[in-house]
Write a protein that binds this ligand. Sequence first.
Ligand SMILES: Cc1cc2nc3c(=O)[nH]c(=O)nc-3n(C[C@H](O)[C@H](O)[C@H](O)COP(=O)(O)O)c2cc1C
Length: 497
Amino acid sequence: MGYKTQRRRMFRTCLSFLAAHNNTLQSKARLLPLLNPNSPMSAGPSPAPFDPTDDPDEGLCADLDGCSLGDPSPPLPSLLIRRHLSGQVLVERAWEHWNQLGAPKLVVAPMVDNSELPFRMLCRKYGAEAAYTPMLHSRIFTETEKYRSMEFTTCKKLSGVKWCSYGIVELLLEIQKHFEDNFLISGSTRTKVLVLKPYRGVFRSYKLFKTFGDRPLFVQFCANDPDVLLEAAKIVEPYCDYVDINLGCPQRIARRGNYGAFLMDNLPLIKSLVQKLSQNLQVPVSCKIRIFPNLQDTLVYAKMLEEAGCSLLAVHGRTREEKDGKKFRADWNAIKAVKDAIRIPVLANGNIRHMQDVHDCLDYTGADGVLSAESLLENPALFAGYQTMEPTKDSSYEMENGVILDQSDLAIEYLKLCEQYPVPWRMIRSHVHKMLGDWFRIHPQVREELNAQSKLSFEWLHDMVKRLKDLGGAPALYGNGDIKSRAKANGVATCIS
Ligand SMILES: Cc1cc2nc3c(=O)[nH]c(=O)nc-3n(C[C@H](O)[C@H](O)[C@H](O)COP(=O)(O)O)c2cc1C
């Protein structure tokens, strides 16, 4: 699918958001048939160009079987009795919560149509320590069951371990392989100690500091009405670790709908959104912001959010006007200044293309973690240390001593996850284009064939990937020696079920 087609699809998805914000009968008549073909408002002449029921890409790739949400989880102890906390206590609770989640540093950024469950699971397997859902529209979420079930899916929360040493994971793998049911892992979330009883009766204890499955999870909403936002947030709070407010979307659709970065013109409204959630939810509220052109404005803004009850702040170091991430570098100085000015955990967003960027960004800004978006779409194994090989003087050394990951294998893994966790075909199409972009540049005829498929199937996609592999020639992802065990380690983690 060409870039323009993708933009058109994205635009069509966004139209539903726009429709929800225009309180006219006409916009509702467009919106409801879009989201719920059985709605009484869908009767009468339908606005054909906006009706996704005509478009196979809008359908789910498999049945959800009514299990899209996993189990609701009880709140962590740090979350109880949060109401009317203020100042220092809120900050302490914010850190307590963050640390209970294992202080995740490597985070999948929110991406409309792109940070959906199977993609999150793929990134988690390859090193991501937390993830955001795509932005959900709070009003549509409260009004439309079909929107909820199609756009928000997650899965069971699993307890597991993240080991201090990757060598230990190798050991665990071996034990698992040979003894399967004959070895015992038990753990206590209270003491945060895990007991591993391997064969020969030797007990060993390790620190337990992570939960698995689709957690930690930020569920992101856009909103401009505190009551509606709270209603939407209440639905998801048993399934997530933060409810996040999108204060950074710079698109025209957000301007017209009055949400995202356009709320920066109305800070009292932002304050009321944050306060409403922080005083009425058990899970903490987080915010994702863009910076103002003027640093002082950014700092006043960040402090206001903290005082209003925000427990974690993700700072995208670009202004509302700097929409094109490839054209404008994110301003790490501004992120550093925010981190220095407030006391809650801060995540840095922008310019993260590989693990060296992660280290540089954390060192430079002092942030508590990073978000990555566009680079992860091309390389979901980024957080496991893989990167595309740029020809440098070290390339030959890396090729001899490093490990190689084939992007087509990642695409296959993603497709399998989609079979397990169904999503609309449009999302799969978008990911396949991004993950196999390098291959398509070499074999554009295969891309054309994909674009020509109005109705996709897994069989067709698997076959397409196989044909691409047979044609060969695309650059692989490379990593240094310790990467393999790291990816494997995360693989083990997601498999404990
Ligand atoms: C396809 C796509 C969809 C996005 N959707 C969202 C979204 O739903 N919510 C949000 O806060 N930001 C969204 N963003 C912005 C990213 O989260 C991130 O802030 C931005 O891309 C900068 O990070 P990067 O430099 O790593 O790409 C999106 C970005 C992309 C590329």
